[in-house]
Design a protein around this ligand. Structure first.
Ligand code: EPZ
Length: 430
């Protein structure tokens, strides 16, 4: 068995995809990975047990639960797989390298630990395939709130008697930076204002969860969030919002295969930029309160120009999927990545499938080809793997995607859902 960089036995399964079938059918969207991770971290703030529902069964969620349990948090599941968390007794405030290196989002326990216990030792998350991904803004924010923070030997060591409310202006819009400091502020002394805050729906979901526990937060979803510190947070029950990136990924899969799908348990209001681009590509998109339907009517998509930016702009987590779509669309589409410095690894693999894509700085110029051709390809990160799977669904022949442990981090039961959409895909052992 191969060993991954994480030092653990890597799951070396592959996905074998036979392309050319138009997707057709209905699936349910799962709970959002990028809301579940901060919400589970936020359970550290509660002095009473909480229950979180609609939690997706993903590797990153399992890693977060393992991390919480390593701190002495009691985590159990009820018969409907709702997660019951009791963080009343936390006896260890350390997030070890072994866990953090497998999931950078472990950094999200930093704010809650310092806020509730006055101390945290969190391994410094390294970079990843898509970029250096520094966490300087997380650290600077905590220091601005009065924490004494030392970064040494690969660890962030933070100490504070009680965090003090303050006014923070983020140099860069940061999703987990906004989440970490919002969680730190809910138990601080006084008011904290976060300016140039991220506006992603997952931040609003986290704020709603915190408010249900008794936090005083206003402005979540805007670029200015105000938090009035309280002394403690109570228990609650909370349902995680739908995963907009999972939903968008399946919509693109249907567009690339000329298919027709309906997604239930969706939140169309969180996918406006993506829906507009799919309509520009020629897809018929309809939606209601909690569902989205796309019909490509057997047509080949038109190439579109994409420029990623913080929410409500076009999401960087949908960039690889649209590179794959542009690769087989008619016309030329440009994809400009403004968030991460190295998020075109999927392009190298798409070129192996016959894509005509030239990278010029942070822009990929995609000249659509009539048909991509199947090839063995390798996933490098979560959303790159999604893009390659979509390319395989549209390509002629059998595509083998390697290192699909990246996929399992963010897409719940992906083969099962694709089978429901009549795709020909199966997991083969490595
Ligand atoms: C979150 O990552 C998401 N992860 C990412 O999704 C997503 O791609 C990203 O936001 C952007 O939308 C989770 O929510 C768990 P950032 P995050 O901090 O918070 C720079 C996926 O596929 N920056 O918003 O780590 C950073 O380098 C993942 O589900 C600093 O310079 O991203 C980047 O250029 C991939 N200093 C930019 O800000 C800091 O302290 C945005 O990063 C923090 C960030």
């Amino acid at each position: 068995m191969a060993r991954s960089g994480a030092g653990e036995l890597a799951n070396v399964d592959k996905l074998l995809i036979t392309g050319g079938t138009a997707l057709d059918g209905t699936i349910d969207v799962s709970g959002a990975k990028n809301a579940t991770l901060p919400i589970l971290a936020a359970t550290l703030l509660a002095s009473e047990p909480v229950t979180v529902s609609n939690v997706p069964q993903l590797k990153d969620v399992a890693t977060t639960i393992t991390l919480l349990q390593s701190m002495g948090v009691q985590v159990t599941f009820d018969e409907k797989l709702n997660v019951e968390v009791d963080a009343t007794a936390v006896n260890n405030r350390c997030a070890p390298y072994e866990l953090v290196k497998t999931m950078r989002a472990s950094i999200l326990v930093l704010g809650p630990l310092v806020a509730r216990f006055g101390e945290a030792d969190v391994s410094l998350p390294g970079g990843c395939a898509i970029g250096a991904r520094p966490v300087n803004l997380h650290v600077q924010g905590l220091q601005a709130m009065g924490a004494h923070v030392v970064v040494e030997n690969g660890f962030i060591r933070a100490r504070a008697d009680r965090l003090q409310g303050t006014h923070i202006v983020f140099d860069t819009v940061t999703v987990t930076g906004t989440e970490n400091l919002m969680m730190a502020a809910v138990l601080a002394d006084g008011e904290t204002v976060l300016e140039n805050a991220a506006r992603e729906p997952e931040i609003t979901d986290l704020a709603n969860f915190l408010q249900q526990m008794g936090a005083k937060i206003s402005g979540a979803g805007t670029s200015t969030i105000r938090i009035e510190g309280v002394d403690s947070l109570a228990g609650t029950q909370y349902k995680v919002l739908p995963d907009r990136i999972e939903c968008g990924t399946y919509l693109v899969a249907a567009a690339m295969t000329g298919g027709r799908i309906r997604l239930n348990h969706a939140a169309p209001e969180n996918l406006e930029a993506v829906i507009l681009k799919l309509q520009e590509a020629g897809a018929l998109v309809e939606y209601g309160d909690d569902w989205i339907a796309l019909d490509m009517q057997g047509k080949r998509p038109q190439a579109v120009d994409i420029r990623t930016s913080p929410y409500p702009g076009f999401p960087t987590d949908m960039q690889a999927q649209f590179c794959a779509m542009n690769a087989m669309s008619s016309g030329v589409g440009t994809v400009t990545e403004t968030i991460f410095e190295n998020r075109f690894q999927h392009v190298l693999e798409l070129q192996r499938m016959g894509a005509d894509i030239q990278i010029e700085g942070n822009m990929a110029v995609c000249r659509g080809v009539e048909k991509l051709t199947a090839a063995p390809v390798m996933a490098t990160d979560l959303r790159a793997s999604a893009g390659l799977i979509l390319a395989g669904l549209a390509a002629e022949g059998e595509t083998l995607v390697d290192r699909i442990y990246h996929v399992d981090r963010g897409y719940e039961r992906i083969e099962e859902k694709l089978h429901q959409l009549v795709a020909q895909i199966k997991r083969v052992p490595g």
